[in-house]
Every structure is written in structure tokens, then in C-alpha cells.
Design a protein around this ligand. Structure first.
Ligand code: CAA
Length: 297
């Protein structure tokens, strides 16, 4: 399988991933599972707390595949093969057969640490445990596991099937083998990698979130309307989406959580979250997923 690929910049062939586990069937988790099943052609076990939600998310993947079939980009048999590579579960013990697990639950440190403790118990000593965190320390996550050398950050971008980049983050304890296998998996999934130091926000969110936060300050300070701010970036800088639309798309709670991490850990007031962002999250206006953010959906 293509999962045998060597990592970029290395001619060393690493052991292929035979089964990928994904924890969390939100927009990131299900996208990661889809790309693994579709591009790398690896069987995937996806876990979440609710079976109906898992089924709903798999139906969403199937609807994307059906669109590809309708457009003549994919054969019907391929669509069936991709769906047949999915196993859905609510039991973390089902990761016993996975040799690479990606955690993609919401950006809450305690939740992630708890899941990594459990994962460390139910998986084998060679299983790589990766986090899709966008801002939490990989070194800290690794510290709660039995084999911290197997823990790494693999940060996909949303929407996972479309965005080409995966950020790879080694913690202090991460072994070179874990890094090589993670780079090879990302390559097999058709992605290009950028490696980042294990610093708050890594590279992607160190750049993106202050930009989004500044757009919220611009709105709060009345520099222009939401449409003016978004159009400036979309048409002035050729960004595919304006920053307020992008914030709605990512989730305002996620944007706020990342700004709070940048602010508390880097200690510079330039990272303080805009008050309007805090208020929207307090109101439950979380963006596209809640039906209202800077725009209504
Ligand atoms: N899942 C799968 N495929 C999707 C998708 C989704 N959720 N959304 C769109 N697509 C696909 C469409 O099916 C379409 O595919 P085809 O070309 O094969 O038909 C293609 O993407 C383009 O979609 P649309 O024509 O509907 O819309 P668009 O051209 O406006 O593109 C977009 C949509 C790709 C989302 C584009 O607006 C974009 O690139 N936006 C910026 C996204 C971005 O910046 N992401 C990074 C966020 S930051 C992050 O993820 C990290 C973090 O830690 C917060």
C-alpha cells in the first residue's frame, strides 16, 4: 500500500500503518479518517461517544464521495471500498488493533490528557499516539503516557480532504522513528508536511489566530462592517475566505481557546483575545456549527 512510502527527505522505508484509529468524529476527525481510507487506503477505526453521531458523520463522508461519483471523478466501486474501510465504535478498547491513533477531540487539555492516559493502557507499546491538537503542548500530552517516545503532533487543516498541509510537531520525548512514521503516513495520505517546534500554536496558529483576532478587533473598533473586513482580505489579498467567515468556519470557541493559550503561555498582551470574540462565545454564537457566528447560517 502507499502507506509504505518513505518520509519526505528520507529514503528509509518505514513500517506501514495497517490500521489507523481516530478518536473524535467531529469535522477534523472524520476528515482525517476519510483521507486515510480514500487516499492511503488504510482501514480506519473511528471512535466517538455517540454511535448515532458516528453514523451521521460516515453518511456525510459517503455524501461527499457520492458527489465525486456524480461528477465522474470516482467509480461507484471505489466509493463502496472507501466506506467499507470504516469501523465505528464507542469503545476505546477497539484501538487495540490500531498501530497508529490520531486524537481529534475538542481543544480541551484535561480531556486530551485523560484520553492519552487511556490510549496508553489499551494500545500496544509500539503504537504511535498522535494528537491533532492545534495548540496544546505535545511534550505535556506525551508525559501522561507509558511510551512518550511514541507521541507526536499531527495537525491537519480544515477541511481535511481539501487542505494540502499537515503540521508535524515532535515533543521533547518523541523518537526519530515516530517522526519518520508520521511523515510517511502524512505523505501516504497525499499531504505535504511542515515541521514545527513544540511551541504554543505551533507555526499555523501562531500566524493565523492573531490575524483572525485582529479582524475581530477591527469589527469591534468599527473600522468597517464584517463584509468590508472580509472583502478586504478576500479580494485585496486573494484569501479564499475573509477572516470573520474563516473564524465562523473553524468555530469561535476553538479560535478563543487558541488565543487564550497563546496569551497565557507567551505572556504578551498582543495575544489578548478581542472582547467581542469572548462575548460571542459566551452567547453560544460559535459560528457555522451553531447556526450563528459573525454571520447567520
Ligand atoms: N469536506 C470535504 N470537501 C470539501 C469540504 C468539506 N468540508 N468543503 C469543501 N470541499 C470541497 C468541495 O467538495 C469542492 O471539491 P471539488 O472541487 O472536487 O468539487 C472543493 O472543496 C471546493 O469547494 P467549494 O467550491 O464548495 O467552495 P470553495 O471553492 O469556496 O472552497 C474551501 C471551500 C476549500 C473551504 C475554501 O473556502 C478555503 O480554502 N477556505 C480556507 C480554509 C482554511 O483556511 N482552512 C484552514 C483553517 S485553520 C485550521 O484548520 C487549523 C486550526 O488549527 C484552526
Amino acid at each position: 500500500a502507499s502507506a509504505n512510502a518513505a518520509a519526505p527527505g528520507s529514503d528509509k522505508i518505514v513500517a506501514p500503518v495497517r490500521r489507523l484509529g481516530v478518536i473524535g468524529a467531529g469535522q477534523m476527525g472524520i476528515g482525517i479518517a476519510q483521507v486515510a481510507a480514500q487516499v492511503a487506503k488504510i482501514p480506519v477505526t473511528v471512535m466517538d461517544v455517540s454511535m448515532p453521531r458516528l453514523q451521521q458523520q460516515l453518511a456525510f463522508v459517503d455524501s461527499l464521495l457520492a458527489k465525486n461519483v456524480a461528477k465522474g471523478k470516482m467509480q461507484e466501486s471505489e466509493r463502496k471500498d472507501i466506506v467499507s474501510r470504516f469501523t465505528l465504535t464507542t469503545d476505546i478498547k477497539d484501538f487495540a488493533s490500531a498501530d497508529f491513533v490520531v486524537e481529534a477531540v475538542s481543544e480541551k487539555t484535561d480531556l486530551k490528557l485523560d484520553l492519552f492516559r487511556q490510549l496508553s493502557e489499551v494500545t500496544s507499546k509500539d503504537t504511535i499516539l498522535a494528537s491533532n491538537t492545534s495548540s496544546i503542548s505535545i511534550t505535556k500530552i506525551a508525559s501522561v503516557t507509558k511510551n512518550p517516545e511514541n507521541v507526536i503532533g499531527v495537525h491537519f487543516m480544515n477541511p481535511v480532504p481539501v487542505m494540502k498541509l499537515v503540521e508535524i510537531i515532535s515533543g521533547l520525548q518523541t523518537s526519530p522513528e515516530t517522526l519518520q512514521r508520521s511523515l510517511a503516513l502524512a505523505t501516504a495520505m497525499g499531504k505535504t508536511t511542515a515541521t514545527s517546534q513544540d511551541v504554543p500554536g505551533f507555526i499555523a496558529n501562531r500566524l493565523l489566530m492573531p490575524f483572525i483576532n485582529e479582524a475581530v478587533f477591527a469589527l469591534q473598533d468599527g473600522l468597517g462592517t464584517r463584509e468590508d473586513i472580509d472583502a478586504t482580505c478576500r479580494l485585496g489579498f486573494s484569501h479564499p475566505m475573509g477572516p470573520l467567515t474563516l473564524a465562523d468556519f473553524i468555530g469561535l470557541d476553538t479560535c478563543l481557546a487558541i488565543m487564550q493559550i497563546l496569551h497565557s503561555q507567551l505572556g504578551d498582551s498582543k495575544y489578548r483575545p478581542a472582547n467581542l470574540l469572548v462575548k460571542y462565545v459566551e452567547a453560544g454564537w460559535l459560528g457555522k456549527k451553531s447556526g450563528r457566528g459573525f454571520y447567520k447560517y
